[in-house]
Design a protein around this ligand. Sequence first.
Ligand code: GLN
Length: 316
Amino acid sequence: MIDAPAPLRPEELQTLLDQLARDAPRCFGEGRVASYIPALAEVDPDQFGIAVCHADGQVQCAGDAQTRFSIQSISKVHALVMAMQRLAPEDIWSRVGREPSGQAFNSIVQLEVENGTPRNPFINAGALMVSDMLASRLVMPQHTLREQVRRLAATPTIDFDERVARSEMDHKARNAALAYLMQAYGNIQSDVELVLDTYFHNCALAMNCIELAKSFAFLANRGINPHDGTHVFSEVQTRQMNALLLTCGLYDAAGDFAWRVGLPGKSGVGGGIVAILPRRMSICVWSPRLDSYGNSIAGRHALEGLVSGLRFTPMG
Ligand code: GLN
Protein backbone atom coordinates (compact mmCIF):
# COMPACT_ATOMS: atom_id res chain seq x y z
CA MET A 1 0.00 0.00 0.00
CA ILE A 2 1.26 3.47 -0.89
CA ASP A 3 0.47 6.14 1.73
CA ALA A 4 -1.43 9.20 0.49
CA PRO A 5 0.96 12.17 0.30
CA ALA A 6 0.48 14.87 2.95
CA PRO A 7 -1.59 17.89 1.86
CA LEU A 8 0.32 21.08 1.03
CA ARG A 9 1.00 23.38 3.97
CA PRO A 10 -0.83 26.74 3.70
CA GLU A 11 2.34 28.59 2.72
CA GLU A 12 3.12 26.00 0.02
CA LEU A 13 -0.43 26.29 -1.33
CA GLN A 14 -0.12 30.11 -1.33
CA THR A 15 3.07 29.88 -3.39
CA LEU A 16 1.25 27.62 -5.85
CA LEU A 17 -1.76 29.98 -6.12
CA ASP A 18 0.52 32.99 -6.66
CA GLN A 19 2.37 31.08 -9.37
CA LEU A 20 -0.89 30.13 -11.12
CA ALA A 21 -2.01 33.79 -11.07
CA ARG A 22 1.36 34.86 -12.53
CA ASP A 23 1.12 32.23 -15.30
CA ALA A 24 -2.51 32.93 -16.24
CA PRO A 25 -1.78 35.80 -18.71
CA ARG A 26 -0.18 33.19 -21.00
CA CYS A 27 -3.73 32.13 -21.86
CA PHE A 28 -4.94 35.67 -22.57
CA GLY A 29 -4.26 35.33 -26.32
CA GLU A 30 -6.97 32.71 -26.75
CA GLY A 31 -10.76 32.65 -26.54
CA ARG A 32 -13.35 35.40 -26.23
CA VAL A 33 -15.80 36.67 -23.66
CA ALA A 34 -19.42 35.57 -24.04
CA SER A 35 -21.18 38.12 -26.24
CA TYR A 36 -24.57 36.50 -26.82
CA ILE A 37 -25.60 38.20 -23.56
CA PRO A 38 -24.54 41.79 -24.46
CA ALA A 39 -23.96 42.89 -20.84
CA LEU A 40 -21.32 40.17 -20.46
CA ALA A 41 -19.38 41.40 -23.51
CA GLU A 42 -18.38 44.56 -21.61
CA VAL A 43 -16.12 42.75 -19.13
CA ASP A 44 -12.35 43.28 -19.39
CA PRO A 45 -11.28 39.85 -20.76
CA ASP A 46 -7.75 39.83 -19.36
CA GLN A 47 -8.44 39.16 -15.70
CA PHE A 48 -7.75 36.12 -13.56
CA GLY A 49 -8.61 35.21 -9.99
CA ILE A 50 -8.37 32.06 -7.90
CA ALA A 51 -9.61 31.25 -4.39
CA VAL A 52 -9.58 28.12 -2.29
CA CYS A 53 -11.84 27.55 0.72
CA HIS A 54 -10.60 24.76 2.98
CA ALA A 55 -13.11 22.39 4.57
CA ASP A 56 -12.67 24.31 7.84
CA GLY A 57 -13.68 27.59 6.15
CA GLN A 58 -10.19 29.16 5.84
CA VAL A 59 -9.66 30.98 2.53
CA GLN A 60 -6.54 31.51 0.42
CA CYS A 61 -6.50 33.41 -2.87
CA ALA A 62 -4.45 35.09 -5.59
CA GLY A 63 -4.98 37.45 -8.54
CA ASP A 64 -8.33 39.21 -9.04
CA ALA A 65 -10.08 37.08 -6.43
CA GLN A 66 -12.04 40.06 -5.05
CA THR A 67 -13.54 41.20 -8.36
CA ARG A 68 -17.19 40.27 -8.74
CA PHE A 69 -18.41 38.73 -11.99
CA SER A 70 -21.58 37.16 -13.33
CA ILE A 71 -21.79 33.63 -11.94
CA GLN A 72 -24.14 32.49 -14.73
CA SER A 73 -24.51 28.69 -14.86
CA ILE A 74 -22.71 28.17 -11.57
CA SER A 75 -26.02 29.25 -10.03
CA LYS A 76 -27.58 26.06 -11.43
CA VAL A 77 -25.88 24.21 -8.58
CA HIS A 78 -27.32 26.52 -5.91
CA ALA A 79 -30.77 26.15 -7.48
CA LEU A 80 -30.53 22.36 -7.48
CA VAL A 81 -29.40 22.44 -3.83
CA MET A 82 -32.56 24.36 -2.98
CA ALA A 83 -34.71 21.87 -4.89
CA MET A 84 -33.01 18.87 -3.23
CA GLN A 85 -33.58 20.45 0.18
CA ARG A 86 -37.31 20.94 -0.46
CA LEU A 87 -38.55 18.20 -2.79
CA ALA A 88 -38.72 14.43 -2.52
CA PRO A 89 -36.09 12.81 -4.80
CA GLU A 90 -38.77 11.27 -7.06
CA ASP A 91 -40.36 14.70 -7.60
CA ILE A 92 -37.06 15.98 -8.99
CA TRP A 93 -35.68 12.99 -10.86
CA SER A 94 -38.93 12.07 -12.59
CA ARG A 95 -38.72 15.46 -14.34
CA VAL A 96 -34.99 15.79 -15.10
CA GLY A 97 -32.30 13.18 -15.80
CA ARG A 98 -28.84 12.61 -14.40
CA GLU A 99 -26.87 11.76 -17.54
CA PRO A 100 -24.33 13.86 -19.43
CA SER A 101 -25.91 15.41 -22.50
CA GLY A 102 -22.95 15.43 -24.90
CA GLN A 103 -24.60 18.56 -26.37
CA ALA A 104 -24.00 22.28 -25.99
CA PHE A 105 -25.44 23.76 -22.78
CA ASN A 106 -28.19 25.58 -24.69
CA SER A 107 -28.94 22.92 -27.31
CA ILE A 108 -32.58 22.22 -28.17
CA VAL A 109 -32.10 19.10 -30.34
CA GLN A 110 -32.12 16.44 -27.62
CA LEU A 111 -35.03 18.00 -25.75
CA GLU A 112 -37.55 17.21 -28.45
CA VAL A 113 -36.14 13.75 -29.17
CA GLU A 114 -36.48 12.98 -25.46
CA ASN A 115 -40.05 14.31 -25.11
CA GLY A 116 -39.26 17.50 -23.21
CA THR A 117 -37.32 15.85 -20.36
CA PRO A 118 -33.88 17.47 -19.97
CA ARG A 119 -30.85 15.19 -19.65
CA ASN A 120 -29.55 16.83 -16.47
CA PRO A 121 -30.08 19.89 -14.23
CA PHE A 122 -26.92 21.70 -15.43
CA ILE A 123 -27.81 22.24 -19.09
CA ASN A 124 -30.11 25.20 -19.64
CA ALA A 125 -33.25 23.09 -20.18
CA GLY A 126 -32.59 21.23 -16.93
CA ALA A 127 -31.95 24.43 -14.98
CA LEU A 128 -35.17 25.92 -16.36
CA MET A 129 -36.96 22.80 -15.13
CA VAL A 130 -35.42 23.26 -11.66
CA SER A 131 -36.43 26.95 -11.76
CA ASP A 132 -39.99 25.78 -12.46
CA MET A 133 -39.85 23.41 -9.46
CA LEU A 134 -38.81 26.36 -7.26
CA ALA A 135 -41.19 28.88 -8.86
CA SER A 136 -44.17 26.61 -8.25
CA ARG A 137 -43.32 26.31 -4.52
CA LEU A 138 -41.83 29.66 -3.48
CA VAL A 139 -43.26 33.17 -3.76
CA MET A 140 -39.99 34.89 -4.73
CA PRO A 141 -37.68 32.02 -5.68
CA GLN A 142 -34.77 34.21 -6.80
CA HIS A 143 -34.81 36.06 -3.48
CA THR A 144 -34.76 32.79 -1.56
CA LEU A 145 -31.81 31.68 -3.68
CA ARG A 146 -30.01 34.98 -3.03
CA GLU A 147 -30.56 34.53 0.72
CA GLN A 148 -29.21 30.99 0.53
CA VAL A 149 -26.09 32.08 -1.36
CA ARG A 150 -25.50 34.98 1.04
CA ARG A 151 -25.68 32.55 3.96
CA LEU A 152 -23.45 29.95 2.32
CA ALA A 153 -20.82 32.57 1.48
CA ALA A 154 -21.28 34.39 4.80
CA THR A 155 -21.54 37.61 2.74
CA PRO A 156 -24.78 39.63 3.08
CA THR A 157 -23.90 42.05 0.24
CA ILE A 158 -24.16 39.50 -2.59
CA ASP A 159 -26.76 40.66 -5.11
CA PHE A 160 -28.06 40.39 -8.66
CA ASP A 161 -26.60 42.47 -11.43
CA GLU A 162 -29.95 43.74 -12.72
CA ARG A 163 -28.36 44.91 -16.00
CA VAL A 164 -27.25 41.35 -16.74
CA ALA A 165 -30.67 39.94 -15.79
CA ARG A 166 -32.37 42.45 -18.12
CA SER A 167 -29.89 41.77 -20.90
CA GLU A 168 -30.67 38.05 -20.66
CA MET A 169 -34.41 38.75 -20.74
CA ASP A 170 -33.95 41.00 -23.80
CA HIS A 171 -32.13 38.16 -25.57
CA LYS A 172 -34.15 35.28 -24.21
CA ALA A 173 -35.18 33.62 -27.49
CA ARG A 174 -33.25 30.37 -27.09
CA ASN A 175 -33.99 29.85 -23.40
CA ALA A 176 -37.62 30.80 -24.01
CA ALA A 177 -37.76 28.22 -26.82
CA LEU A 178 -36.47 25.54 -24.42
CA ALA A 179 -38.97 26.48 -21.73
CA TYR A 180 -41.96 26.70 -24.08
CA LEU A 181 -41.03 23.36 -25.66
CA MET A 182 -41.07 21.77 -22.21
CA GLN A 183 -44.41 23.46 -21.55
CA ALA A 184 -45.76 21.97 -24.79
CA TYR A 185 -44.95 18.54 -23.35
CA GLY A 186 -46.85 19.43 -20.18
CA ASN A 187 -43.65 19.44 -18.11
CA ILE A 188 -43.72 23.05 -16.86
CA GLN A 189 -46.14 23.93 -14.06
CA SER A 190 -45.60 27.69 -13.59
CA ASP A 191 -45.94 30.59 -15.96
CA VAL A 192 -43.05 30.34 -18.45
CA GLU A 193 -42.10 34.03 -18.21
CA LEU A 194 -41.86 33.66 -14.42
CA VAL A 195 -39.60 30.62 -14.85
CA LEU A 196 -37.37 32.59 -17.23
CA ASP A 197 -37.21 35.59 -14.87
CA THR A 198 -36.23 33.29 -11.98
CA TYR A 199 -33.55 31.55 -14.06
CA PHE A 200 -32.08 34.80 -15.45
CA HIS A 201 -31.88 36.37 -12.00
CA ASN A 202 -30.11 33.31 -10.61
CA CYS A 203 -27.58 33.50 -13.47
CA ALA A 204 -27.14 37.26 -12.90
CA LEU A 205 -25.86 36.93 -9.32
CA ALA A 206 -22.55 38.80 -9.07
CA MET A 207 -19.92 37.18 -6.84
CA ASN A 208 -16.15 37.02 -6.62
CA CYS A 209 -13.88 33.95 -6.41
CA ILE A 210 -13.66 34.11 -2.62
CA GLU A 211 -17.44 34.29 -2.20
CA LEU A 212 -18.05 31.48 -4.68
CA ALA A 213 -15.44 29.19 -3.15
CA LYS A 214 -17.00 29.84 0.29
CA SER A 215 -20.51 29.15 -0.99
CA PHE A 216 -19.40 25.70 -2.22
CA ALA A 217 -17.38 24.72 0.87
CA PHE A 218 -20.20 22.51 2.20
CA LEU A 219 -19.65 20.17 -0.76
CA ALA A 220 -16.07 19.69 0.45
CA ASN A 221 -17.21 19.29 4.07
CA ARG A 222 -19.76 16.42 3.94
CA GLY A 223 -22.69 18.80 3.54
CA ILE A 224 -21.93 21.11 6.47
CA ASN A 225 -21.39 24.81 5.85
CA PRO A 226 -18.13 25.50 7.73
CA HIS A 227 -18.95 29.21 8.12
CA ASP A 228 -21.93 28.65 10.44
CA GLY A 229 -22.08 24.89 11.08
CA THR A 230 -25.47 24.42 9.41
CA HIS A 231 -26.32 21.16 7.64
CA VAL A 232 -26.97 22.08 4.02
CA PHE A 233 -26.94 18.52 2.70
CA SER A 234 -26.73 15.01 4.10
CA GLU A 235 -23.55 13.05 3.37
CA VAL A 236 -25.42 11.07 0.71
CA GLN A 237 -26.73 14.23 -1.01
CA THR A 238 -23.20 15.68 -0.94
CA ARG A 239 -21.80 12.60 -2.66
CA GLN A 240 -24.64 12.64 -5.20
CA MET A 241 -24.12 16.31 -6.05
CA ASN A 242 -20.37 15.86 -6.47
CA ALA A 243 -20.98 12.86 -8.75
CA LEU A 244 -23.39 14.88 -10.88
CA LEU A 245 -20.90 17.74 -11.09
CA LEU A 246 -18.18 15.35 -12.24
CA THR A 247 -20.30 13.86 -15.02
CA CYS A 248 -22.40 16.85 -16.13
CA GLY A 249 -20.91 20.08 -14.73
CA LEU A 250 -18.99 21.12 -17.86
CA TYR A 251 -21.60 20.18 -20.47
CA ASP A 252 -20.14 18.53 -23.55
CA ALA A 253 -16.61 19.10 -22.23
CA ALA A 254 -17.25 17.16 -19.00
CA GLY A 255 -15.20 14.17 -20.16
CA ASP A 256 -12.22 16.31 -21.11
CA PHE A 257 -12.43 18.25 -17.83
CA ALA A 258 -12.52 14.98 -15.85
CA TRP A 259 -9.50 13.79 -17.82
CA ARG A 260 -7.50 16.96 -17.25
CA VAL A 261 -8.65 18.06 -13.78
CA GLY A 262 -10.47 15.05 -12.32
CA LEU A 263 -12.64 17.03 -9.90
CA PRO A 264 -16.39 17.67 -9.73
CA GLY A 265 -16.87 21.11 -11.27
CA LYS A 266 -19.30 23.67 -12.65
CA SER A 267 -18.58 26.39 -15.17
CA GLY A 268 -20.44 29.51 -16.24
CA VAL A 269 -20.20 31.77 -19.29
CA GLY A 270 -19.12 34.64 -17.04
CA GLY A 271 -15.75 32.80 -16.96
CA GLY A 272 -16.03 31.23 -13.50
CA ILE A 273 -15.37 27.58 -12.73
CA VAL A 274 -15.99 26.05 -9.31
CA ALA A 275 -14.39 22.70 -8.41
CA ILE A 276 -14.57 20.47 -5.35
CA LEU A 277 -11.81 18.41 -3.78
CA PRO A 278 -14.04 16.31 -1.51
CA ARG A 279 -13.26 16.54 2.20
CA ARG A 280 -10.46 19.02 1.50
CA MET A 281 -11.46 22.23 -0.29
CA SER A 282 -13.68 24.07 -2.73
CA ILE A 283 -11.98 26.09 -5.43
CA CYS A 284 -13.11 28.96 -7.67
CA VAL A 285 -11.17 30.23 -10.66
CA TRP A 286 -12.27 33.05 -12.92
CA SER A 287 -11.07 34.42 -16.23
CA PRO A 288 -13.56 35.68 -18.83
CA ARG A 289 -12.09 34.32 -22.09
CA LEU A 290 -14.03 31.18 -23.06
CA ASP A 291 -13.39 28.21 -25.33
CA SER A 292 -15.96 27.00 -27.85
CA TYR A 293 -17.78 25.01 -25.13
CA GLY A 294 -18.33 28.16 -23.04
CA ASN A 295 -15.71 27.26 -20.42
CA SER A 296 -12.94 29.56 -19.14
CA ILE A 297 -9.62 28.77 -20.83
CA ALA A 298 -7.27 30.24 -18.21
CA GLY A 299 -9.54 28.91 -15.47
CA ARG A 300 -9.36 25.32 -16.66
CA HIS A 301 -5.63 25.64 -17.20
CA ALA A 302 -5.13 26.92 -13.66
CA LEU A 303 -7.19 24.04 -12.24
CA GLU A 304 -4.95 21.57 -14.08
CA GLY A 305 -1.93 23.30 -12.54
CA LEU A 306 -3.50 23.33 -9.08
CA VAL A 307 -4.37 19.63 -9.17
CA SER A 308 -0.90 18.63 -10.30
CA GLY A 309 0.60 20.75 -7.52
CA LEU A 310 -1.71 19.43 -4.77
CA ARG A 311 -0.26 15.89 -4.71
CA PHE A 312 -3.72 14.51 -3.87
CA THR A 313 -6.82 14.02 -6.00
CA PRO A 314 -9.81 11.68 -5.80
CA MET A 315 -8.60 10.04 -9.03
CA GLY A 316 -5.30 8.84 -7.58
N1 GLN B 1 -27.51 32.56 -18.58
C1 GLN B 1 -26.76 31.73 -19.50
C2 GLN B 1 -27.68 31.17 -20.56
O1 GLN B 1 -28.79 30.91 -20.27
C3 GLN B 1 -26.05 30.65 -18.74
C4 GLN B 1 -25.23 29.77 -19.61
C5 GLN B 1 -23.92 29.33 -18.99
O2 GLN B 1 -23.36 29.93 -18.10
N2 GLN B 1 -23.39 28.27 -19.57
O3 GLN B 1 -27.32 30.99 -21.69
